[in-house]
Design a protein around this ligand. Sequence first.
Ligand code: M6R
Length: 584
Amino acid sequence: MCGIVGVLAEKNAASMAFAALKRLEYRGYDSWGVAFKGGKSIEVLKKTGKLPESFSFQAGSGTALAHTRWATHGKVTEANAHPHLSNDKTIAVVHNGIIENHEELKHFLEGKGFSFNSETDTEIIPNLIQLFMGEGQSFKEAVRLSLKKIDGSYAVVAMHAGERELVAARNGSPLVIGLGKHSIFAASDVPAFLDHAKKVVYLNDFEMALLGKKAEFFDVLTGKQLEKDVEEVNWSIEQAQKGEFPHFMLKELNEQRFTIKKAVQQPKGIIEKVSSMIKNAKGVFFVGCGTSYHACVSSAYIFSHVAKMHVNVVLASEFRNYEEFLEKETLVIAVSQSGETADVLDAVKTAKKRSSKVVSIVNVMGSSLTRLSDETIMMNSGPEICVLSTKSYTSQLAILLLLAYVVAGKQVEGHELVEKAAALSQKVIDESSAPAKELAARLKNSRDFFLIGRDLAFPSALEGALKIKEVSYIHAEGFAGAELKHGTIALVEEGIPCIVFSTDQTRPLIMSNAQELKSRGAFIIGIDSKPNKLFDYFFRVEEVGNANPILMILPIQLLAYHLAVEKKLDPDKPRNLAKSVTVK
Ligand code: M6R
């Protein structure tokens, strides 16, 4: 859940670490810190709150570490911010993950005379390294032995005041090594170093890297040296920058003009292969969290309508309850932008334990999920930096829609439908932008929003509500059209904004639900291809049948964005959230 960086560079390592950290800010923004060499000692700078736009470091050649925190252990204070130092101040560590046996290790170290300055579990690590070095171990070996003592998850980078090397390791939390011409990086995610390195090495669990004049790799458990593949990333630095847009959310939302189409431009054979796995499976489960879960809910309707097939949709965090129904022939399809969501990885591990097959639909290349899956369909959306999922959602919908059509033997029809939606997305975004801004100014002080949709538009109501809540902090709830009157309609009062997703197929019934709301004074915002006298406000969204969910969410993404801007909130970094939720 945190962002970590280690840099080894000829000069300006501290500034480079800060710049890299800035690109990982979406991973956590409660507090931050940088450690760098100041002569023979390690200087540490820590601050609470978000990272400033820039920061100048007087020194810092050789090695530097940086960390942006999303608090798990201990409050948001400077003392709890990383990097953490050993008692003798010669070793600094940044860490993402959770050390489950930290209490036990803390008592062990206290027994050896160590003291602690923070409430974090991380502070254990530099002190264990100090202990092992005191017993005569090399820096690299001391890190390895320390990690062997840890139960739980970690991505760790350690530096030593007297060494020109960094040691990085992972188990359960993401870490990638970037190999540049004049620098080497270890970071939670590739965008951190895209301006310096495109050659990468993805670490697997229990692997470590010794970064010096070159990068060497070792097994944490055995110490044995490993041969690792160097891969080339195809993301550009421009994709990881805001460019002319004020926020990543607006940039990424606008990119849907291209990303929806790109999502279905897949390498030859993969869609066919996965669709035949779906056809031949004895039970199919779609799992995901948050927005990705909403894409899964959509897929249940799509598979039912198009492929005439029942699929199970389960929140990844609840999937373990289904373990006994998993067999060798069961197929689990894990949907995740980051490929690092802990609950999704846990669900996949449950499936693997039962020898079920796993297919993932992922955006981030080299992520943990890709390495746990039998087959992976890449979303091709490019880096999604804003904490809110926008373009990744419509890419997921496009891929799931295509899969259902291929399962039904209607590949050409599926492609045509996605391409039609992709072409219309430009029009919907352009035509909705100004009205969404105007509507946001009018509704920014609302206390609640209710959203309703039936059939395929029901998951759109769920996703629309999530978008509004997480970015504007206005309470919003999505319902299947008929459900609101089973209780929640008691909350509807004069002027309350209610968003109604309507399609050719659902119009008669959803309008009667809209009428029920209107009769109680609701302010009705229609998302439809046709105007209606019930609508107080109207976003026109062309009818594209089974691809409707791809287009219907666009005006609400825009509305959510403008609500945040109107409320002077940062849409890219909503409070309490982080882009990748790497804790269960
Ligand atoms: O990376 P993932 O798709 O697995 O992430 C799952 C959720 O954490 C994510 O969709 C979250 O709900 C977003 N903030 C929604 O905008």
